[in-house]
Design a protein. Structure first.
Ligand code: FAD
Length: 322
């Protein structure tokens, strides 16, 4: 049974980090088939490598609109691949573009979208998707009864094992973009702070909240993140107070993370924050208020002042590295 995977690309047309995760999810359901859209002449940069990540076949659509016309080329390529291989499901990443693609594709092929999926499995030949809903308060298993399941997959720890390497045979396909399309004239990714690990898909995240008190003091969060080789996150209150840019925000209206380790420093644990991090495998919280809601979901908690506890933690971790 075939499963289509839309591969996200970096601005230099390499497979994005999410590709391995999506192909791993697809391999749980059937034969992963990658779908890649690039401008003409750029497909060879990415397609041959996808076999190593588990793609049995790679549908490669090279078209002039790729990179300037948002999402329509991807929808057209997936539509063509669906007609060719009759998949049991289509997986796309849970990004802004991915969600847009999923909705448009569902309308076009009469499929059904299931968003923010954290895990997938096959049960009695049906695709079962696990999602975290109502701000993370419930975990739901659902099966789509009407039409092709089109799932947006969140990167996270639920799907840990990669797909076995496969042949990655490249199949070239031609697509045409129908109807009026928006054109992006100036497309730029928000730059990563130099030397910082990308929050999206990070294995370890250290986040700071309003409890850090100031932009200068937020350096403590970065020090612990450096010690642990972790990405840096923040609560919305820390972002609103100007300690860090919005790209750091974890939560309902920020980035959703699902790392192996999440360390929350001076964060109360509001439902909107928890929605973006509570599927982390191990949660460590440091907060001076013993009643802070973050302790309800923490695996390890320290009631204490971050400015007293964190420097000791850093010293101890550094000492153990020697
Ligand atoms: P606070 O709630 O003020 O908590 C600060 C914590 O720090 C307290 O628990 C305090 O005990 C502790 N503290 C203080 N000093 C110290 C110290 N020295 N040492 C140790 N602990 C200390 N929030 C998000 O994070 N992400 C979102 O995506 C998000 N989206 C939202 C969307 C909507 C529609 C709404 C209404 C809200 C959203 N929020 C979001 C905001 C959310 O409701 C909370 O206001 C926010 O998460 C609080 O951030 P905080 O925990 O840093 O601050």
């Amino acid at each position: 049974m075939n499963v289509l995977v839309l591969i996200d690309l970096t601005p230099s047309y390499q497979a994005a980090k999410s590709a391995a995760h999506l192909l791993a999810a697809a391999s749980r359901l059937g034969r992963p088939i990658a779908v890649v859209v690039t401008p003409p002449g750029r497909g060879d940069d990415v397609a041959p490598r996808l076999g190593a990540l588990g793609a049995e076949e790679v549908f490669l659509a090279e078209c002039p609109e790729a990179g300037t016309t948002p999402v329509l080329p991807q929808v057209a390529a997936l539509h063509k691949a669906i007609t060719a291989v009759s998949p049991i499901a289509v997986l796309v990443s849970s990004s802004i573009d991915g969600r847009d693609v999923a909705g448009r594709l569902a309308v076009r092929v009469g499929g059904a979208g299931n968003y923010e999926v954290v895990d997938v499995r096959l049960q009695d030949d049906r695709v079962v998707a696990t999602s975290s809903v109502f701000g993370g308060a419930y975990t739901v298993d659902s099966v789509i009864d009407a039409g092709l399941p089109i799932l947006t997959i969140q990167q996270g720890q639920a799907i840990e094992q990669g797909a076995p390497a496969a042949s990655g045979r490249v199949i070239h396909c031609e697509i045409s973009i129908d109807g009026p399309a928006a054109v992006a004239e100036d497309l730029a990714e928000a730059p990563l702070v130099e030397g910082r690990i990308d929050l999206k898909g990070a294995a370890k995240v250290v986040s700071g909240g309003r409890g850090l008190g100031s932009k200068e003091s937020f350096a403590l969060v970065e020090s612990l993140a450096d010690t642990l080789s972790a990405a840096v996150g923040a609560s919305r209150a820390a972002v609103d107070a100007g300690y860090v840019p919005q790209t750091y925000q974890v939560g309902q209206t920020g980035t959703t993370v699902s790392p192996q380790l999440y360390v929350a420093l001076g964060i109360s644990g509001a439902i909107q924050h928890r929605a973006g991090m509570q599927t982390a495998k191990t949660i460590v919280a440091i907060n001076k208020d013993a009643d802070a809601p973050i302790f309800e979901i923490a695996d390890f908690g320290i009631v204490g002042d971050v400015f007293t506890v964190v420097p000791q933690l850093i010293d101890e971790i550094e000492a153990r590295k020697k």
